[in-house]
Design a binder for this molecule. Structure first.
Ligand code: HEC
Length: 107
């Protein structure tokens, strides 16, 4: 439990940093590199190596989940396990992240 709390605190911090950046830019993500950077800063703490391997959260590369499942998980999180990002990320950013996850290849 303690690890989860530490993880959530770290994720919250990462989000705060990202939110500050996002406000400054405040425009849609332009390219794959930006999406990868967004994923790394917001999700990478738990979904390691860009989502390619399991860390505190499961591996996302090669997921069999539907787009709707992934979008809802990002928006609403999972109680006690994964934070909700619906008030932090725009719908366009979430869509871009789903595309990013689908395009993941082993490095
Ligand atoms: C604080 C750690 C943490 C952060 C940050 C986090 N996740 Fe998660 N994520 C988890 C955990 C833990 C699970 C597994 C929850 C469960 O089903 O028990 C999970 C599950 C998922 C799943 C479902 C995987 C499956 O097949 O069941 C997706 C998709 C996902 N995360 C995407 C993301 C994305 C995208 C981000 C960034 C916007 C993100 N996560 C940020 C911890 C995190």
């Amino acid at each position: 439990m303690r690890n989860v709390l530490v993880g959530l605190a770290a994720a919250a911090l990462a989000l705060a940093c990202f939110a500050a950046q996002a406000r400054a830019v405040d425009e849609p993500l332009k390219n794959d590199e930006e999406v990868a950077g967004l994923f790394a800063s917001v999700c990478g703490f738990c979904h390691e190596d860009g989502g390619r391997v399991a860390g505190k959260g499961p591996q996302l590369m090669g997921t069999k989940r539907s787009d709707v499942f992934i979008i809802n998980r990002i928006k609403y999180g999972k109680e006690g396990r994964m934070p909700a990002f619906g008030s932090i990320l725009t719908d366009a950013q979430i869509k871009a992240i789903v595309r990013y996850i689908r395009d993941l290849k082993p490095e």
